[in-house]
Design a protein around this ligand. Structure first.
Ligand code: ZN
Length: 275
């Protein structure tokens, strides 16, 4: 599943090719994604120029004069750029559901085999969109800091891992990143959130930011894959220190890594290194 680093890498990969470009045509081959693509999207976008490309949580936001296109990659979605003249523009794959065609012939194409992605239109400021309004801060923003996290967690009795994965606390910490960050910060995923000290909150913030930044940096080396590629292998492989390592020796102490299920998600941890 594309996580925040993949979405950030996608943003950086596609932006230079579509920023300032004018939409000539929008082709919707399959409107039934997680939510139906608006029937009049092609009409809405025709002749409009891309003013800005940004990201909020795992949503890509393409801003036009009269509103924004929100794109979510869901479970299996990816975006690709094809430049004018590429033969694949006229021979889409069966999972290539949407093409935004620009005036110079460049195509932005959404490929999504499982169709949990989304392409939505919103004629307003992104922070007012129902999907974005209640989101917590971006993990790499100054708003996400030790004081903020401590204030949020000290009112919650639920497991630390569940709190970190809650988009209302901070966005972009999915299951894998939550496992990795708790391990690196030495905090048990089961510990009650209100039992985490301010000092541990500082360590968690530092760790979350370092892990995400490293993943984004890794993704940077795959930028060329966004242009004229087949779009089938867009996500980068990560090396995990604890995730998926059930019954293997802890990389810090050698004890075996445990596995539990918290919030229906696989949770991996070391009982010696994480308290
Ligand atoms: Zn250990």
């Amino acid at each position: 599943m594309p996580e925040l680093p993949e979405v950030e890498t996608t943003l950086r990969g596609i932006s230079p090719h579509i920023h300032g470009q004018t939409v000539a045509n929008t082709i919707i081959r399959q409107p039934k994604l997680r939510w139906r693509i608006p029937d009049d999207l092609a009409h809405t976008l025709a002749g409009q120029t891309v003013l800005e490309c940004t990201r909020r949580a795992k949503y890509l936001l393409i801003r036009f004069a009269t509103g924004i296109v929100l794109i979510h990659l869901g479970m299996s979605g990816s975006l690709r750029i094809f430049t004018a003249g590429d033969a694949r523009i006229s021979s889409p794959d069966k999972h290539d559901h949407v093409d935004i065609v620009f005036a110079d012939g460049t195509v932005l194409r959404l490929h999504d085999p499982r169709r949990f992605g989304a392409v939505l239109w919103f004629a307003g400021a992104p922070e007012h969109h129902p999907l974005l309004a209640a989101l917590g801060p971006e993990p790499l923003s100054p708003q996400f800091n030790a004081d903020y996290l401590y204030e949020k967690l000290r009112k919650q009795k639920r497991a630390a891992k569940l709190a970190l994965m809650d988009n209302a606390v901070v966005v972009g910490v999915g299951n894998i990143y939550a496992n990795e960050c708790l391990f690196k910060a030495g905090v048990s995923p089961m510990r009650a959130a209100n039992q985490i000290t301010r000092q541990e909150c500082a360590l968690l913030v530092e760790t979350i930011q370092a892990v995400l930044q490293r993943a984004i940096a890794t993704g940077g080396s795959t930028l060329r894959d966004f242009v004229n590629s087949d779009g089938k292998s867009g996500y980068f492989q990560q090396e995990y220190t604890v995730y998926g390592r059930h019954n293997q020796p802890c990389l810090q102490c050698g004890d075996l890594i445990h596995k539990a299920v918290i919030g229906q998600r696989g949770t991996f941890y070391c009982t010696r290194c994480q308290k």
